[in-house]
Design a protein around this ligand. Structure first.
Ligand code: PMP
Ligand code: G9A
Length: 405
């Protein structure tokens, strides 16, 4: 009998399944209150406006573009619009610096394809976004963790780490970071660390992958410049997505990088999917051009801020002593540290039995640590279910604590 294992590529052996994706089905079972997936709230989808735009597109000459294959880097008018859109985030870009991708998840994969050889080192936060970990591991990257604190990545420790790795002869290529309202920890990288990070990349000839899905979901505090702002144009690969501010179903994101890097990413994308769907690009183009996005984001921010407040208040009320958690100023996640003797992996079974879900924190740690941590999403559940979910989770934690003595 044929053994399929004998036929798999070596690459397949490096692939890992994503806890977030696997949990998605489980947490969508009836009655489960899910704090697991980083899903936007369905009430944040502007279905009416999208409907109007689609109607206009399909009843005009634009239909033939929207329904046709498009250029690999993206529709020209959409890329042009993107250069104006990112300028509002203090990023200077020409059309040649832009690439439209199928979600930023694809952008991460393309970066892996273009830059990673077996054993190349990528520095990441402890914790860091699981989807990036898995994308880079599939290309054989060696992921080295650098701790975070309440001001984001410990950039002071990062430089030491780079020197140490280089001394050992390691090929350090890249730093991957989510500076604003990080997934999963919810923390924001401070202004001085952003500047310093760009300097370090320039000094050490490294790339920074700056992944910014949550930049516009700010509830409070002053807006900071992206790391890309401090770049010399060569070192920072910036990416952002429309998943959290418009619709993840559109699968629409973009990369801003040097012309040279953009060109290589485009060639890589040619054999992945030829092009990003023209239809969603066209809709997003009109949505941005007509100023809808500017009006829409404050509505999402208001909704998510309220949900964050409900969650934090409930945690204060129900969580037992010995638990610590972040108080994010934006984004979609609260990060929880449980007492040391509580395993969030083992506890997940109890939680699912009690009909509440989260993502265990070890999944976000490249060094195998974080077993007593977990990530809670506050944007997807209905307001009235957040308190109930936290109450259930608090009881699960209390039971674990009682049994561990
Ligand atoms: N990067 C980060 C940090 C994310 O949180 C996410 C989605 N949760 C992604 C990338 C992927 O988003 P998308 O593919 O929907 O653009
Ligand atoms: O559904 C996904 O995989 C996107 C969300 C990512 C996350 O939960 O971090």
């Amino acid at each position: 009998m044929m053994k399929i294992e004998d036929l798999y590529s070596e690459r397949v052996l490096k692939m890992r399944s994503s806890e977030i994706r696997e949990l998605l089905e489980l947490s969508q079972q009836p009655g489960v209150i899910s704090f697991a997936g980083g899903l936007p709230n369905p009430n944040a989808f502007p279905a009416d406006v999208i409907n109007e735009i689609i109607d206009k597109i399909l009843n005009s000459d634009e239909a033939s573009t929207a329904l046709q294959y498009g250029p690999t880097p993206g529709l020209r008018q959409f890329r042009e619009e993107l250069t104006r859109f990112v300028a509002k985030s203090h990023i200077k870009a020409k059309i040649e610096n832009t690439l439209v991708t199928v979600g930023s998840q694809q952008a991460l994969d393309l970066v892996g394809r273009v830059f990673i050889d077996e054993g190349d080192v990528i520095l990441v936060g402890l914790p860091t976004y699981l989807g990036a970990i898995n994308a880079f591991l599939a290309y054989g990257a060696k992921l080295v963790g650098v701790p975070l604190d309440e001001n984001g990545l410990r950039v002071d420790l990062l430089e030491e780490k780079i020197k140490e790795l280089k001394r050992k002869g390691e090929k350090v290529k890249m730093i991957y970071t989510v500076p604003t309202f990080q997934n999963p920890a919810g923390v924001e990288l401070s202004e001085d660390r952003r500047k310093r990070l760009a300097e370090i990349a320039i000094e050490h000839d490294l790339l920074i992958v700056e992944d910014e899905p949550y930049r516009m979901l700010r509830f409070e505090g002053k807006e900071l410049y992206p790391i890309k702002y401090y770049d010399d144009g060569q070192h920072v690969i910036y990416m952002a997505t429309f998943s959290k501010i418009l619709s993840p179903g559109f699968r629409l994101a973009y990369v801003i990088a040097s012309e040279e890097i953009t060109r290589k990413l485009i060639i890589a994308k040619q054999s992945v999917d030829l092009c990003t769907p023209s239809f969603t690009q066209m809709i997003a183009y009109h949505y941005i051009k007509n100023g809808y996005i500017e009006k829409h984001i404050p509505r999402i921010v208001e909704m998510y801020k309220r949900k964050r407040d409900i969650m934090l208040e409930a945690m204060e009320k129900y969580f037992p002593d010995g638990c610590k958690w972040t108080k994010p100023k934006g984004g979609m996640f609260v990060w929880v540290e449980l007492p040391k003797n509580v395993s969030s992996i083992e506890m997940l079974k109890d939680a699912i039995n009690e009909k509440v879900a989260y993502v265990h924190g070890k999944a976000f740690h490249v060094d195998g640590s974080g077993e007593n941590t977990m990530r809670l999403n506050f944007t997807n559940p209905k307001d009235e279910l957040i308190e109930e979910g936290i109450k259930r989770l608090a009881n699960v934690i209390k039971k674990r604590l009682a049994n561990s003595h």
